[in-house]
Ligand binder design. Structure first.
Ligand code: ISL
Ligand code: CA
Length: 563
């Protein structure tokens, strides 16, 4: 396995709108990020990934870009951005920018031109079709509810948008579009950035003719059309072109956000010989508490089993070992908070947050930390739908409650558990007003628990989640076995303890994590020989164990290394 800086580093995702407000307008900004670089350096972070900071009308908080080469006014200026980059590099950290090129904003100049007339030179930058029998060109459902098509009066045609109607899909079949995207990528790379996180990149190629999706949910008007755009026919061709034209000329990392891919796809996309990305974000473990197949499945709240989690994670670990490279994440700006989802955000808040960190960060791959995860920020419950800001949440609520008359409590419950705003509440810096995020009204309400969960308190507390993260990050970097070692799952059927081993050149690490609030006896596979190993980290004080039987406390995690 080739050594790479992006395999050894830890990535921290910043959602700029909610990170730190430097000028008191209630919105996080670039100067706010620069102010916190020492905090991030101290945490041990090597790479920063910024969610989009480009000019945008913010229908989808920056994932709808109206100018790829300009900074959003609310976030600051290009100069602020350049200062931030300089300060990042000064601290030996790197910057990864978000690349959103499946779609633009409808306010992008290209779309403004395109919609003017059928023979406008920009028309073919997007995907336009005539209606079919007085309705949409096909039956695809949008990721964010309703049809994936919108009718444009001006030219009496429909345009495709897999996300909101203000996010028209770019037509990647058009060579000119690809050239524009590649030029824009060079623009940022030449400014000195260190990589891209590529938004829904495996949706860029659509089946020619855009055929109807199979009707899988007859009760619904629109159908999930993934078979016609997930890893579409020309996806690899486009990515190879992007590599030839752009990426191979720079020392960068890339991470593709690729929903609905299997480990075999992960190998194809990330292998060292002819892969097209450094790594991908897979979603199998994020779908464990929903139903597969469509976006609607996400909103269904399902119980999950540890044995299933083992199957998913181990499948990715085994299949990519020695061939590709994994990303390791439990949270991002689209997902609920992991301590609320997989841990215990009540009496075992601290223990379970540390356990989860230990468990996922020591697998093979590059760990990602989402802002606030390092202090165990939790899900939020707003009383009123009005307090939510996310377009996906509002579309879902309107469709289900307003249009279909579904039970309001039930829909609000799904929003509490799965809604994206769980991750978007302001970063909790201190116990001061508005969590120290902003002096005035924040754009979205703070989570009221900021008085007990915040950075300032945790910095002072040696046993805090924050300090544990620091220790864990340092530990991983100091042991090659934790970076490059192989992965072996132990006890696949055990529903309480997730245990696995890493091995490199005879050195073995054992990671044990109790996922329950009960004390559990765990029998270690005797080939590990606990007696000869050393415990290197844990979320309770170290205990001398006799024999191969571990007495695990609620949500306890331990790591042993044997050389
Ligand atoms: O949000 C999701 C689960 O709730 C995902 O299905 C998400 O919509 C999908 O992973 C795509 O996400 C990315 O592209 C979207 C944007 O809204 C997300 O924030 C972004 O991460 C459209 O650009
Ligand atoms: Ca601001």
């Amino acid at each position: 396995m080739e050594r790479k800086w992006w395999k050894e580093g830890v990535v921290y995702q910043v959602y700029p709108r909610s990170f730190n407000d430097s000028n008191g307008d209630g919105i996080g900004d670039l100067r706010g990020i620069t102010e916190k670089l020492d905090y991030l350096k101290d945490l041990g972070v090597d790479i920063l990934w910024l969610s989009p900071v480009y000019e945008s009308p913010n229908d989808d908080n920056g994932y709808d870009i109206s100018n790829y080469r300009a900074i959003m006014d609310e976030f600051g200026t290009m100069e602020d951005w350049e200062t931030m980059l300089e300060e990042i590099h000064k601290r030996d950290m790197r910057l990864v920018m978000d690349l959103v090129v499946n779609h633009t904003s409808d306010e992008h100049e290209w779309f403004q031109e395109a919609r003017k007339s059928k023979d406008n030179p920009y028309r073919d930058y997007y995907i336009w079709r005539d209606g079919k029998d007085g309705a949409e060109p096909n039956n695809w459902v949008s990721f964010f509810s309703g049809s994936a098509w919108d009718y444009d009066e001006e030219t009496a045609q429909y345009y495709l948008h897999l996300f909101t109607r203000k996010q028209p899909d770019l037509n990647w079949e058009n060579e000119q579009v690809r050239k524009e995207v590649f030029d824009m990528m060079k623009f940022w790379l030449d400014k000195g950035i260190d990589g891209f996180r590529m938004d829904v990149i495996n949706l860029i190629s659509k089946t020619p003719g855009l055929p109807d999706a199979l009707v899988t949910q007859a009760k619904n008007l629109y159908q999930w059309g993934g078979e016609h755009f997930v890893n579409g026919p020309r996806f690899m061709e486009f990515m190879n072109e992007m590599n030839d034209e752009v990426l191979q000329h720079y020392d960068v990392m890339t991470v593709g956000e690729t929903a609905m891919v299997k480990p075999e796809d992960g190998v194809e996309f990330t292998n060292e010989e002819d892969g097209v990305l450094s790594m991908v974000f897979q979603f199998d473990h994020m779908e464990i508490d929903g139903l597969p197949g469509s976006q609607e499945g996400k909103w269904s709240v399902q119980p999950w089993k540890l044995s299933k989690m083992k199957e998913i994670m181990s499948d990715w670990q085994h299949t990519l070992n020695g061939k590709g490279w994994n990303s390791l994440y439990l949270e991002n700006h689209d997902q609920p908070r992991s301590v609320s989802r997989f841990g215990n955000d009540k009496e075992y808040h601290k223990e379970s947050a540390k356990m989860l960190a230990t468990w996922y960060q020591l697998m093979q791959g590059t760990p990602y930390i989402y802002q606030g995860q390092e202090i165990g920020m939790t899900n939020v419950k707003y009383d009123s739908i009005e307090d939510y800001r996310d377009v996906e949440i509002h579309n879902w609520y309107n469709e289900q409650v307003t249009e279909k008359g579904k039970n309001k409590q039930e829909i609000m419950h799904s929003i509490f558990v799965k809604g994206r705003d769980n991750a978007r509440t302001p970063m909790q810096w201190s116990g001061e007003k508005n969590a120290g995020f902003t002096p005035d009204e924040p754009w979205i309400k703070v989570n009221p628990n900021y008085t007990s969960i915040n950075v300032e308190d945790q910095q002072k507390d040696e046993g805090s989640i924050l300090n544990y993260y620091k220790e864990l990050i340092r530990l991983r970097k100091n042991h090659d076995v934790l970076l490059y070692g192989s992965y072996k799952l132990l006890d696949p059927e055990d529903e309480q303890v997730y245990a696995y081993e890493r091995e490199l050149d005879g050195e073995v690490a054992l990671i044990v994590a109790n996922f329950t609030k009960e004390a559990v006896e765990y029998q270690v596979d005797s080939s590990f020989e606990l007696k000869t190993a050393q415990q290197v980290i844990g979320n309770y004080p170290n205990e001398e164990e006799n024999g191969e039987q571990l007495h695990l406390k609620p949500y306890e995690a331990r790591v042993y290394i044997k050389t």
